[in-house]
Design a protein around this ligand. Structure first.
Ligand code: AMP
Length: 551
């Protein structure tokens, strides 16, 4: 069933991908059922106080899928899924897939403004969210979003029900009383070419766009991503980053189910909780963002825990610096998988046998041998190997256009269908890709373009820096100047002069020297776990304005 607002694959591309089995021709529901058929008695999912075998998990998933349909949701309807790292996320995600509903993936950190925007964009009929999350009562949010979206009839709360909202547990129980559940689900099984989910783009500017993904092209990511970091049935995968972000969903949840591996959900980003869970559950692999990897690798009590079981540490979603790769490997013990991923589908990653330089300096190679990557110049022409250009991709794992957004699609693709990532990269002779900056993330100082990431890389090589994010700030002399927000490692005392001296020692050009420094305890992050540069730009604008007024 074609979803209005989705750009379909061309007939030729789709038939090639199917013929060659680059698309497996199964749905996410099928993928889940296969794992349950293969390993019914094997432990599949662990949460803070709940444990499920694949057979037990399937019962919950099927009951919920049936109940969602019984409550009037129809295949193809969009449903906002906004749950934290609880087992209920996994149950709900696969139930929605089996019922043929389209998941709109949200994180618990999405703001009311972002949710309202995504609801306007996707016109959902359902929403699954917690009644309360930590100190936040989610009920006022429901009222706000519902007022603007009268079609949003079915709101389901994890934790407890409410007058006009359903209770998730009660709904699952209700599903258990349905007759012919198997037949009911068989009838709504979607076509693998249908849209299975809409993923908000994690851009750091503007409101998110929606990337619709089909079962076929998403499973293409799942299959090759999981193979690139050697996931297998014996793995125990710790989900420590927000599960409502594609990194955790793709690399941990769906990849683990694809291989029949075990998923452990952790609803905490405290290094102590991470280490305790690795020890108790004998975790073998985990997916992290660089900020979290750095926090854990710098945790002063690492030695109190037995982390022997941890073999693979996947780090993606933002740039990893060589110092971090080194620190994670020596302090945590697992092999670092330096990865690049986008909700739109392009994915690259280093492999187990890559030497340290490749793991430290590059994002490795495309995960899928059938996805093509190239670099483009400003006119959209391919640049030679070894030279910088905008990274572009196309293939069976790459999406075809933003949801209901023809305007954005015009600039996001070249006329011959290459998706422009907006990232600057160099592809070397071995096919390894180095991200050198972001087209959108530059500071223009006196006409000189400075890639923010280049300055971040220089500053982060100082041993006292845990995390750094640089942004442009208005400057009367140069138009723009660099402001560096720096989070020192715990216990380190840093000042401007230390960083300036460090930059001098590295031989960095003077243009990379920030004009302003802000030493802060926490860098604000986007829902996707990256430095929130919008917030940082705003903060520096306000601070410079205040300083001017005081003068
Ligand atoms: P999202 O789709 O929200 O995951 O954001 C994708 C963007 O994150 C990419 O276009 C890159 O700008 C950035 N990104 C992801 N992984 C990396 C990486 N390993 N190095 C640098 N940037 C990355």
């Amino acid at each position: 069933m074609a979803l209005e607002g989705f750009v379909p694959y061309s007939r030729e591309a789709a038939s090639l991908y199917m013929k060659r089995r680059w698309w497996l021709g199964i749905t996410l529901g099928d993928l889940f059922d296969k794992a349950c058929d293969l390993y019914p008695n094997k432990e599949a999912l662990v949460g803070a106080s709940k444990r499920y075998t694949f057979a037990a998990l399937r019962r919950e998933v099927d009951k919920l899928a049936g109940a969602l349909l019984a409550h009037g949701l129809k295949p193809g309807d969009r449903v906002l899924l906004q749950l934290p790292n609880w087992p209920e996320f996994v149950i709900s995600y696969f139930a929605l897939q089996k019922a043929g509903l389209v998941v709109v993936l949200l994180t618990v950190d999405h703001t009311a403004r972002e949710i309202a925007h995504l609801a306007r964009l996707t016109s959902p009929r359902g929403w699954i969210l917690p009644r309360r999350y930590r100190k936040t009562d989610c009920v006022p949010l429901i009222g706000q979003v519902r007022a603007e979206n009268p079609a949003l009839e079915t709101v389901i709360l994890a934790g407890e029900g409410l007058d006009d909202c359903l209770d998730l547990d009660a709904l699952i129980e209700e599903g258990g009383r349905l007759e012919d559940l198997g037949l009911m689900l068989e009838e709504v099984r979607p076509d693998p070419g249908d849209v299975c989910q809409i993923l908000p783009s994690g851009g750091t500017t503007g409101l998110p766009k929606g990337a619709p993904r089909t079962h076929n092209d998403y499973i293409c990511n799942v299959e090759y991503k999981s193979k690139a970091w050697d996931m297998n049935v014996t793995d125990v995968c710790l989900v420590a980053t927000t599960v409502g972000h594609n990194l955790a969903l793709l690399v941990c949840v769906t990849a683990a189910v694809f291989h029949g591996a075990k998923i452990v959900m952790l609803d905490s980003t405290y290094p102590e909780d991470f280490c305790r869970t690795v020890q108790e559950e004998e975790v073998t692999c985990t997916g992290l963002v660089p900020t979290l990897a750095s926090r854990i690798a710098n945790f002063e009590k690492l030695g109190d825990f037995d982390l022997e079981s941890l073999q693979k540490v996947y780090v993606g979603a933002a740039k990893s610096f060589p110092e971090l790769v080194q620190k994670v490997e020596s302090n945590l013990g697992g092999l670092y998988f330096h990865a690049f991923g986008m909700v739109e589908g392009p994915c690259c990653q280093t492999r187990p046998l890559d030497p340290f330089e490749v793991r430290a300096q590059t994002i490795g190679r495309p995960i899928c041998p059938y996805d093509e990557f190239r670099t483009l110049d400003l006119q959209g022409r391919p640049t030679p190997r070894g030279t910088e250009g905008e990274l572009a991709a196309k293939g069976p794992g790459v999406f075809t256009g933003y949801f209901r957004n023809p305007q954005a699609n015009l600039s996001a693709f070249t006329p011959d269908g290459w998706f422009r990532t907006g990232d600057l990269a160099v592809i070397d002779e071995d096919g390894n890709i180095r991200i050198t900056g972001r087209i959108k993330d530059i500071i223009i100082r006196g006409g000189e373009n400075i890639a923010a990431e280049e300055v971040e890389e220089l500053i982060s090589s100082h041993p006292g820096v845990e995390y750094v994010a640089v942004v442009g700030m208005p400057d009367p002399d140069f138009g723009e100047a660099i402001c560096a927000f720096i989070k020192p490692v715990s216990g380190a005392r840093l000042c401007e002069a230390d960083i300036i001296e460090h930059l001098r020692q590295t031989g960095a050009s003077k243009i990379f020297q920030p004009k302003r420094f802000e030493f802060i305890n926490e860098i604000p992050l986007t829902a996707a776990g990256k430095a929130d540069k919008k917030v940082l730009r705003q903060a520096v604008m306000e601070r410079t304005r205040d300083a001017e007024q005081k003068q």
